[in-house]
Design a protein around this ligand. Structure first.
Ligand SMILES: [Zn+2]
Length: 453
């Protein structure tokens, strides 16, 4: 009797490079094709080392670069099959790739677009909550042998992680259901609805980024943000928030708008969104309002603009960015700057850090996971000196970490997701996490009687 198997091509015992292959008989489908970052990176140039011979398609759980970043290399290696994802992910992936290709590979606009157009041409958007049947064939010759036994049903469900993010159910020809969680979002965040557990998951492959810790609550995070901002403003200087363009930036803007609305923040304080990509992604968030959570929709009903408020200044061109960095560095005036990238491995935040880390009036708020080996991790760890593009920079700025802005489920959220499945999975596989975290979470699950492989 045929049964499924899963191979991991990244993101098994790491938090970056997600790429899994679900195999049934002689054919398989990929789930995500992400880039390795920080210490997980083994070569300068990303690679697709596995065989594509049997692969008949790719399912994308969401648009973060550690889940889609190897797509150009996948296509270069000969992949030419459908790419299934939600409509919002289909809109965000080209933005993410454009940024990555230009920043990391130094591609020109037209080179990058050639790659992106090729990716977009393969995309098949699928709505949340509907079962779709996909053909399970590696090549067109197999169409000749098409039969009902060789199709698989897939369904995307809101994962609450970022706009368009999904966990995906695969109903195999033997009626077993395999679920890949992608990245799951935390509960109670105001912008996106919480993920709801699947009705059936015989085999669950679940992320464990934060399988060993609990985040501060959403209420605490906004109070803490307010406290850090107050303290920081008392001595002037800039508050830098390195943020991923997708997800965290919008959550932060959302909370800052609330503080403005409650008049808890000086209405003259400039909030600077210095990331053209984050601005474009924020536009996508606004376009896909239908996917927002209840609280976010309630603000819209009050005619508020949670992601496009008056004090929010968007910096578009690089010249304006450079001028602003110089001005802030020389005057010490107060401002909140949200800029990518989230782990400080590129993007405009690096320029701010180079000029403002030596200034004790500067505050840096880390609102997301810092992978091992990244500049963000070194700063967060409290290094008194860091290297930026080979230049030694002293760190006099105040450094803060806020776990409440994580776009990831914490231990309690992960447990809730698992315990919400009516019949316990036959097997739970922990993926997308550091080995120590996974070991601890596995132990916890086993104590609860779950079969963890
Ligand atoms: Zn993600």
């Amino acid at each position: 009797m045929i049964s499924h198997s899963v191979k991991h091509h990244g993101g098994h015992h790491t938090v970056t490079g997600s790429c899994h292959e679900l195999r049934w008989g002689d054919t398989s489908i990929l789930i995500d094709c992400g880039l390795f970052q920080g210490h997980d990176k083994t070569s300068e140039e990303p690679t697709v080392e596995f065989s594509l011979d049997d692969i008949c398609g790719l399912v994308l759980t969401h648009s973060h670069i550690d889940h889609v970043g190897r797509l150009p290399w996948l296509l270069a290696a000969g992949f030419n099959h459908p790419i299934y994802c939600t409509p919002a992910t289909a809109e965000l992936v080209p933005l993410m790739l454009e940024d990555g290709l230009k920043l990391q590979l130094g591609m020109s606009h037209s080179q990058a677009h050639k790659v992106i157009d090729a990716v977009s041409a393969l995309m098949i958007p699928m709505e949340y909550g509907h079962w779709y049947t996909i053909d399970w064939f590696a090549d067109s010759a197999s169409w000749l042998t098409k039969s009902a036994e060789l199709t698989v049903d897939i369904r995307f469900n809101p994962a609450g992680h970022i706009l368009g993010s999904a966990y995906v159910e695969f109903r195999l020809p033997n009626d077993e259901v395999v679920v890949f969680s992608g990245d799951l979002g935390p509960s109670q965040t105001p912008l996106l609805p919480d993920p709801i557990s699947p009705p059936q998951a015989d085999y669950l492959y679940i992320e464990t980024t934060y399988g060993d810790q609990c985040h501060e609550s959403v209420e605490d995070r906004s109070n803490r943000l307010k406290a850090i901002i107050d303290r920081s403003l008392s001595d002037g200087g800039v508050i830098l928030i390195p943020a991923f363009s997708v997800g965290r930036t919008q959550e932060l803007l959302f909370d800052i708008e609330q503080l403005m609305h409650e008049r808890e923040l000086d209405s003259d304080l400039p909030i600077i969104l210095d990331s053209p990509m984050a601005s474009r992604v924020t536009e996508s968030y606004r376009r896909f309002k239908a996917l927002w959570g209840k609280e976010a929709k309630a603000r819209l009903a009050q005619h508020r603009h949670p992601l496009a408020f008056e004090q929010c200044v968007k910096i578009a061109d690089f010249h304006a960015h450079q001028k602003l960095v110089n001005r802030l560095a020389s005057t010490g005036e107060s401002a909140i700057v949200v800029a990518a990238s989230g782990m400080c491995e590129g993007g405009r935040i690096v320029n701010y850090l180079r000029h403002l880390l030596p200034d004790p009036r500067t505050d840096v708020i880390f609102a997301g996971y810092q992978a091992r080996g990244t500049l963000g991790e070194a700063i967060l760890r409290g290094d008194s000196e860091v290297f930026i593009d080979g230049e030694k920079i002293s760190v006099a700025a105040h450094i803060h970490a806020m776990s409440g802005y994580s776009a990831h489920a914490d231990k309690a959220d992960l447990l809730r997701f698992i315990q919400g499945i009516p019949t316990p999975p036959k097997e739970i596989h922990l993926i997308h996490g550091e080995p120590r975290t996974q070991a601890e979470f596995a132990q916890h699950l086993r104590r609860l009687g779950y079969q963890v492989i």
